[in-house]
Design a binder for this molecule. Structure first.
Ligand SMILES: *Cc1c(COP(=O)(O)O)cnc(C)c1O
Length: 220
């Protein structure tokens, strides 16, 4: 299968899952995760009409997206990987959304850059639903306080929550926890579900799914 065929199949699965759960068509947005793939691999997917893409490294994204965005001004680029505060300026410049806000220092740096660059990004707080040592994200018990800090202290508009469940666990309970936390915080966007579990995520209420290898193929 080509990447375009894969992409069409993923879209069809998403529409099917939307219909099965009684959700409106196109209520779930697909973030096509293009990390490790180059411009030549990404361009055909843009040409089929896909607008939202995800990258997990600022540096890598700079190697391809300035050119691709210059070709199509409707692209919405999401940063889905960990961010260091010394990269905040570059991140705000290139990306349209950041899904990995996970600590005060980053929230402050992003806030400062958005004001300086007069640019408003769509922002998500990443939640470490599995309480994994090596994984970034706010602890579930601290999400509400962190969201209030972003909103009240920094006047930072947070639209939703994002999580990456532990690899060897059933993802369903993690998606459910993310949805519950989002509801408690009054946030409408829920970013969860990857190539192996995006249909489950839609069942559990995802509004954004982040799919890479099921579209572009296995990464090395
Ligand atoms: C790579 C990545 C994805 C996509 O993973 P696939 O399994 O290839 O679909 C989704 N979210 C994040 C944060 C990622 O880093």
């Amino acid at each position: 299968m080509t990447a375009i065929e894969n992409y069409e199949a993923v879209l069809a699965d998403i529409h099917k899952a939307e219909a099965e759960t009684g959700r409106k068509s196109d209520s779930v947005k697909l973030v096509a995760v293009s990390k490790t793939y180059d411009e030549a691999a990404i361009r055909p997917i843009i040409e089929t009409g896909q607008k939202i893409f995800g990258e997990n490294r600022v540096q890598e994204a700079y190697g391809k997206w300035p050119v691709l965005k210059a070709e199509n001004d409707e692209i919405e680029l999401h940063l889905i990987g960990p961010l260091q505060s010394n990269k905040a300026e570059e991140a705000v410049k290139l990306f349209d959304a950041i899904q990995s806000i996970d600590r005060e220092k980053i929230a402050r740096a992003i806030s400062k850059e958005m004001i300086k660059q007069k640019k408003s990004l769509k922002l998500f707080v990443q939640v470490n639903t599995g309480l994994e040592e090596q994984k970034s994200g706010v602890k579930p018990s601290e999400v509400e306080v962190f969201i209030k800090f972003c909103q009240n202290e920094l006047n930072l508009g947070i639209c939703g929550l994002m999580c990456i469940p532990p690899v060897n666990e059933n993802p369903g309970p993690h998606f459910a926890l993310l949805k519950k936390l989002a509801n408690e915080c009054g946030l409408s966007e829920i970013s969860c579900g990857m190539s192996g579990d995006y249909e489950t995520a839609i069942m559990m209420g995802a509004t954004y799914v982040r799919v890479g290898s099921a579209i572009f193929g296995q990464r090395n």
